[in-house]
Design a protein around this ligand. Structure first.
Ligand code: FES
Ligand code: FES
Length: 173
């Protein structure tokens, strides 16, 4: 166990903790210490991706999808995290959340936060490097193709994400 002073930004809020166990998984820190239970836990071995959150090293850098079950808070110290709770803007759901609802993309919903955050990172990536419309399906597969949904909502998840990509200016060329 290595004790650290933790300094994170999570959903635009500064989070400081003195002398905390740096080997704690981000998933445990979010769910148990901060009560942010929107991020789920399942396999715990970096396979299913239900625990996915967005991470960036410095402000304005690109968002990367990481698995919170397998990433320690020590590794993330000094950086920024966005979890599903950080997606809405004010009282407005994020377009991805609206699209998931409009497309009945999820059933039990357990996999939805992970898909949302994987898709969120994809939108950020496309805003920096737009792709031809013909390549959207491949880009979506690259972003969320390894996410597991036990309710098998794969087709609707992909459809919902694609609609947002097509409807958002600047993501395609
Ligand atoms: S809980 Fe399955 S990848 Fe993290
Ligand atoms: S909606 Fe139930 S696991 Fe995906």
């Amino acid at each position: 166990m290595s004790m650290i002073d933790l300094d994170l930004t999570i959903n635009n809020q500064k989070v400081h903790r003195k002398k905390i166990d740096g080997s704690k998984w981000l998933n445990d820190f979010l769910r148990e210490d901060l009560g942010l239970t929107g991020t789920k836990f399942c396999c715990g071995i970096s396979v299913c991706r239900v625990c996915t959150v967005a991470w960036r090293r410095v402000p304005d850098s690109h968002w990367e999808a990481i698995r919170s079950c397998s990433t320690t808070i020590e590794y993330l110290n000094g950086t920024e995290i966005k979890s599903v709770e950080g997606l809405p803007e004010g009282n407005e759901l994020h377009p991805l959340q609206k699209s998931f609802l409009d497309n009945f993309a999820f059933q039990c919903g357990y996999s939805a936060p992970g898909f949302l955050m994987g898709a969120y990172c994809l939108l950020d990536k496309l805003s920096r490097s737009p792709v031809p419309k013909a390549d959207i399906d491949a880009a979506i597969e690259d972003a969320v193709g390894e996410h597991i949904c036990r309710c098998t909502g794969y087709v609707r998840y992909r459809r919902a994400i694609k609609q947002v990509v097509l409807a958002t200016p600047g993501l395609t060329v």
